[in-house]
Design a protein around this ligand. Structure first.
Ligand SMILES: NC(=O)N[C@@H](CC(=O)O)C(=O)O
Ligand SMILES: [Zn+2]
Ligand SMILES: [Zn+2]
Length: 345
């Protein structure tokens, strides 16, 4: 196939940051995506409905005229989160989900949750009103190997939580392991998984073989090849429980290219081209719409976008900027390490 048209896609896990970075990178997402779930891990985090309303205002102001994009706001769950504020935020239509970061698991997660008991009243409220919980699913214990942190989280945190509160709708974010795929597939209800673009394209060799490459470092860290293949099968299967969350997470180059570099891969610019490439390779272009445009809205109870996007397979490789220049500095765009022929028309 040389051309495919899908409903305009959405991104169900996106980092837009703030200030000059927000201004610099927002067009990269808004150009292609109608909506995105905006992650709340700013410094300081987006904790209250008032914080989310203010942040939404800054995103909308940063949107260039003529671009059509709807930010879907989330709250950063802390041990001090007020259930009444969460409920009010949901009822007002402002809040689409609440985000759980185990304290210390990833970028700007220090205000996250240490003791799930402390947030049970919030989670019970969310279950009652049908508000989804998005989870960064990794344990943080230094004794657990970084490549095992997702699998251990499933057993020691997620499964007990789901048994305790089966009515709570949970999105397991950026699934990176075959265990994560199997766990989502094995759940009868109230569980879905988002998958990033980069975890469908790279395994851990990209980070470590033949030299250390910080622009492939993110959390959860890419795993071995068998896991990438499991993620590909899940994403391209059409299974309604899996959908796109790019986790596009910009950091300026000096913060990536240093002795202790930040986690995060910036894929907003070329995500749709890369996905068409992956689905084409898997002979599953007919399931691209399910993954990028239909399954996410169905899970979050929103309509599928009525506009469309057409992707075309060019004869020669498509070119992208290697970096996006922002007021904060340059951000390196994900390099898929293979020629990509698919382009958004
Ligand atoms: N994915 C990442 O590696 N980084 C994200 C945080 C996150 O989603 O865990 C970031 O905010 O930079
Ligand atoms: Zn995360
Ligand atoms: Zn993220």
């Amino acid at each position: 196939m040389r051309e495919i048209t899908i409903p305009r896609p959405d991104d169900w896990h996106l980092h837009l940051r703030d200030g000059a970075m927000l201004e610099g990178i927002l067009p990269e997402t808004a150009r292609h995506f109608a909506r995105a779930i905006i992650m709340p891990n700013l410094m300081p985090p987006v904790v209250t409905t008032a914080d989310a309303a203010a942040y939404r205002g800054r995103i909308v102001s940063a949107l260039p005229t003529g671009m059509d994009f709807t930010p879907l706001m989330t709250l950063y769950l802390t041990e001090g989160t007020d259930p009444a504020d969460v409920e009010a935020g949901r009822r007002s239509g402002l809040i689409t989900a609440v985000k759980l970061y185990p304290a210390g698991a990833t970028t700007n997660s220090a205000s996250g949750v240490r003791d799930l008991d402390k947030v049970m009243p919030v989670l019970e409220t969310m279950a009652r009103i049908g508000l989804p919980l998005c989870i960064h699913g990794e344990v943080t214990s230094p004794s657990v190997d970084i490549f095992d942190r997702e699998a251990v989280f499933l057993e020691t945190v997620l499964d007990p939580l789901r048994r305790r509160l089966p009515e709570l709708k949970i999105t397991l974010e950026h699934v990176t392991t075959s265990q994560g795929v199997d766990y989502v597939m094995g759940a009868a209800s109230n569980l879905a998984g988002s998958i990033t673009t980069h975890h469908l394209m790279i395994n851990r060799n990209a980070i470590l073989a033949g030299g250390i490459r910080p622009h492939y470092y993110c959390l959860p860290v890419a795993k071995r090849e068998s896991h990438r293949l499991a993620l590909r099968r899940a994403a391209t299967s059409g299974d309604a429980r899996f959908f796109l969350g790019t986790d596009s997470a910009p950091h300026v180059d000096p913060l990536k290219e240093c002795g202790c570099g930040c986690a995060g891969i910036f894929t907003a610019t070329n995500t749709m081209s890369c996905l068409a490439h992956v689905f084409d390779e898997e002979g599953a272009l007919d399931h691209l719409a399910a993954f990028a445009s239909r399954n996410g809205p169905a899970w979050y109870g929103l309509p599928v976008n009525t506009e469309t996007m057409t992707l075309v397979r060019r004869d020669g490789p498509v070119r992208y900027p290697a970096k996006i220049e922002t007021g904060d500095g340059p951000v390196t765009v994900f390099d898929p390490m293979t020629p990509i022929h698919w382009e958004v028309a």
